[in-house]
Design a protein around this ligand. Structure first.
Ligand SMILES: Nc1nc2c(ncn2[C@@H]2O[C@H](COP(=O)(O)OP(=O)(O)O)[C@@H](O)[C@H]2O)c(=O)[nH]1
Ligand SMILES: [Mg+2]
Length: 362
C-alpha cells in the first residue's frame, strides 16, 4: 500500500561517500576512527538502515494511532448513531432507509452522495438477499469504503526533481500541511525543499520558514509582494543544484478575485513547466473538514481554475462530521492522498479507505 514510501535506492548516499573519500574529507577521519577501510565504511553507510527503518516504523505507528484518534469526534457523532442503527435485528424497511438517509446527511455526507450510497445498499440487500438490518452492516461498510477507494498510488513523483503545488483558500492548513508533508517525505527517504510561493504577506513567508526549520529542510523565499512564479523558478533551480528531489510549493489563498487566482496559478504552473518538464507533478488541493459543505463548494471552485490532481483533507480531528470526506471524494472524483489529523508535525496520514471506514465504525 505504501509502495512509494519505501526508501529510494541509496545511490545518492553512495555518490556522497565516494566524493567524500575522493577528497579525503570527513569520511577518511571517520574511517580511521572506526578502524575501517573507507570501502568498509561506505559499505556500512549503505547497510546501516535498520535504525532508520525503526524510526520510520515508529512514525508510521504514530500516524496510524493519530488517524484513529482523530476520528474520535466523528465516530462519536452521527456515525455512532449510524452504527447503532445497524445493530437492530429488525427487518429492513423503507423507514430504515429514510432514517439512514437522514443520519448520513446530518453527518455531512451530502445529499447526492447519500442517495448514491443508499442506492448501492439497496442493490446489495437485494442481490445478497439480506433481511435483517444488522445483516446489512458489512455490506454497508463495504459500500462506504468502495466510495472512497481510488486507483492512485500515493504521490506522483518524477526523477530527478518533482514539484508539488499546494493550493487552497486561506486558513485551510496549506502551510502546516507542507511542514508535515516535508517531514513525512524525509522519513520516506526523499530530500525536500520548500518554496514560499505565498508572497502576499510577510507572515506567510515567516510561517513557512518556521515549518522548514522544524522539519529540517531548506526554504527558498523572496521578499513579500514578489512574484510567486519567480520564487518557484528559483526553488527548482536550487533543488537541481543541491540534488534535492521534491519541491513543495506554498501558494496564496486570498486573492482578490477568482480571475486573479486563476491567472496566478496558471502562471506558476506554466513557468514551472518550462523550467522543469512535467511540473507541477501534483497540484494538491487542501480542504478543511470543519467547513462542512462549504469545503465541497470551495473545492469545486478550485478544480475549475486549476488542474487539481489530488486532495488533502485537514482538521479531521476537529470535526464531528467526517462524512464530508465521502461527499468530497464522490462529487469531485479526485483521489484523497492524505488527511490532516492535528496540529503537530506528525499529524498527517496517508489516506486509506478501509482504515478510514474502520475508524468510523469500530
Ligand atoms: N486541528 C487541526 N488544525 C490544523 C490542521 N491543519 C492545520 N491546522 C491549523 O489551521 C490553521 C491554519 O493553518 P495554515 O497552515 O496557516 O493555513 P493556510 O492559510 O492554508 O496556510 C493553523 O492554526 C493550523 O494549526 C489539522 O489537521 N488539525
Ligand atoms: Mg499559509
Amino acid at each position: 500500500m505504501f509502495n512509494w514510501l519505501r526508501r529510494k535506492d541509496r545511490e545518492p548516499e553512495l555518490v556522497e561517500a565516494d566524493e567524500a573519500s575522493g577528497e579525503g574529507t570527513e569520511l577518511s577521519g571517520a574511517a580511521a576512527e572506526a578502524g575501517l577501510s573507507e570501502e568498509e565504511l561506505a559499505e556500512e553507510a549503505l547497510t546501516a538502515v535498520p535504525e532508520d527503518e525503526l524510526v520510520l516504523e515508529e512514525q508510521e505507528e504514530e500516524r496510524e494511532a493519530s488517524l484513529e484518534e482523530s476520528l474520535a469526534k466523528t465516530r462519536g457523532g452521527f456515525f455512532s448513531r449510524i452504527k447503532g442503527l445497524f445493530n437492530r435485528k429488525t427487518e429492513i424497511t423503507e423507514e430504515f432507509y429514510e432514517e439512514l438517509e437522514e443520519l448520513l446527511i446530518q453527518a455531512d455526507v451530502g445529499v447526492m452522495t447519500t442517495q448514491r450510497l443508499i442506492e448501492a445498499l439497496r442493490e446489495r440487500v437485494e442481490d445478497d438477499n439480506i433481511r435483517a438490518i444488522d445483516g446489512a452492516r458489512e455490506a454497508f461498510r463495504d459500500e462506504m469504503a468502495g466510495f472512497l477507494e481510488d486507483e492512485s498510488e500515493g504521490l506522483r513523483l518524477a526523477q530527478p526533481v518533482s514539484l508539488l503545488l499546494i493550493v487552497g483558500v486561506n486558513g485551510v492548513g496549506k502551510t502546516t500541511t507542507i511542514g508535515k508533508l516535508a517531514t513525512y517525505l524525509k522519513g520516506a527517504g526523499h530530500s525536500v525543499l520548500l518554496a514560499a510561493g505565498d508572497t502576499f504577506r510577510a507572515a506567510a513567508i515567516e510561517q513557512l520558514q518556521a515549518w522548514g526549520s522544524r522539519a529540517g529542510v531548506p526554504v527558498i523565499a523572496h521578499q513579500p509582494g514578489s512574484d510567486p512564479s519567480a520564487v518557484i523558478f528559483d526553488a527548482i533551480a536550487a533543488a537541481e543544484a543541491r540534488g534535492v528531489d521534491v519541491v513543495l510549493a506554498d501558494t496564496a489563498g486570498r486573492l482578490h478575485t477568482k480571475f486573479n487566482l486563476m491567472e496566478e496559478l496558471r502562471k506558476v504552473s506554466s513557468v514551472a513547466g518550462k523550467r522543469l518538464p512535467g511540473a507541477p507533478h501534483e497540484v494538491l488541493l487542501i480542504v478543511d473538514a470543519t467547513s462542512g459543505q462549504n469545503a465541497l463548494i470551495q473545492a469545486k471552485q478550485f478544480t475549475e481554475v486549476s488542474p487539481v490532481t489530488g486532495l488533502i483533507v485537514t482538521k479531521l480531528d476537529s470535526t464531528a462530521k467526517g462524512g464530508i470526506v465521502f461527499a468530497i471524494r464522490d462529487e469531485l472524483g479526485l483521489p484523497i492522498k492524505f488527511v490532516g489529523t492535528g496540529e503537530k508535525i506528525s499529524d498527517l496520514a496517508p489516506f486509506d479507505a478501509g482504515r478510514f471506514v474502520g475508524g468510523l465504525f469500530d
